[in-house]
Write a protein that binds this ligand. Structure first.
Ligand SMILES: C[S@@+](CC[C@H](N)C(=O)[O-])C[C@H]1O[C@@H](n2cnc3c(N)ncnc32)[C@H](O)[C@@H]1O
Length: 280
């Protein structure tokens, strides 16, 4: 990748500087544009060894979800926010094993922006309901409607120590997990919500529970915490959009994301099943 100066690079595909504003200026919510953005961001991520090796590690170790194109998207968003504030306040809802928070931390080292990362997640899975216990899972799925919805929404995770997993990915890339603010629990927990009462963030990523009920809750409660000019990224939210990409998300998160324009957000980009909104 051609370097233009500190933290400035030419996009190998489009031949111009890698820059969120240029992508936003060219953005239209059309099949052609949504597909092109995704393909460009996916291809760009391969051109950058430090970015590419992080995603390669996540894929090889099965340490996270999402698509490779998101790595470029996070680089563009953080570089953009870094131009407007000296410290970027970031919150991820639904952390799993730490792919995104470690990536944010890695990007901050490369683009030299300072981040204050908060991570809201249970840091554990659910006992007795996972693939290794097929019979219990099948019985519960039959008799428990909520459980059935959670499976369909992809909201159940194998039990494990995801806090230790976060420590591992941070240490693998020589990053400081100790600097991350840990909010252990669910986005609906009243004690967590009251601790965040007065807080504002420049970046919020909603990737927790994907049922319509909780995704809607997360949008209603957390979108107002995004500062003016800040960015909210909603995972699994592109189901109703036109794009030639096989996985576009789930109904709950997709419906919840449609509340955002009426809450003062502009949809500035879609990168596969991640929809990017900016607070006006
Ligand atoms: C899809 S995974 C997140 C993947 C991660 N963002 C990544 O890109 O690798 C969803 C995570 O959200 C957590 N979770 C589920 N419901 C939640 C809620 N209401 N609040 C916060 N986290 C939640 C799950 O335990 C799981 O770790």
């Amino acid at each position: 990748m051609e370097e233009l100066g500190p933290n400035r690079y030419v996009d190998p595909l489009i031949g111009t500087e890698l820059n969120l504003s240029d992508h936003v200026a060219r953005y239209q919510n059309s099949r052609e544009c949504n597909t092109r953005i995704y393909r460009e961001m996916e291809a760009t991520s391969y051109h950058w060894p430090w970015l590419s090796s992080h995603r390669a590690w996540v894929e090889a170790q099965q340490w996270g979800f999402g698509d490779r194109a998101f790595h470029t998207m996070w680089y563009l968003i953080l570089s953009h926010l870094g131009q407007h504030s000296s410290v970027i306040r970031c919150l991820e809802i639904g952390v799993y094993k730490g792919q995104v928070i470690s990536l944010w931390s890695l990007i901050s080292r490369h683009v030299e922006v300072q981040l204050q990362i908060s991570a809201l997640s249970p840091f554990s899975g659910v006992t007795g309901v996972t693939r290794e216990n097929r019979l219990l899972r099948a019985i519960r799925k039959r008799i428990d409607r909520r459980f059935r919805h959670e499976i369909e929404a992809g909201s159940l995770y194998q039990n494990g120590d995801y806090f230790a997993d976060c420590e591992k990915i941070f240490s693998e890339f020589d990053l400081d997990f100790g600097k991350v603010e840990i909010l252990r629990g669910f986005s609906t927990d009243s004690n967590i919500l009251s601790s965040l009462d007065e807080r504002q963030f420049d970046l919020i990523y909603i990737d927790g529970d994907h049922t319509e009920e909780i995704a809607t809750h997360d949008v209603k409660v957390f979108a107002p915490k995004v500062a003016k000019g800040g960015v909210l990224v909603m995972d699994d939210a592109s189901l109703f959009l036109e794009m030639d990409i096989s996985y576009r998300g789930r109904p709950g998160s997709s419906k919840a994301s449609e509340l955002l324009p009426a809450m003062g957000f502009q949809n500035i980009l879609n990168v596969g099943h991640n929809r990017v909104f900016q607070k006006q």
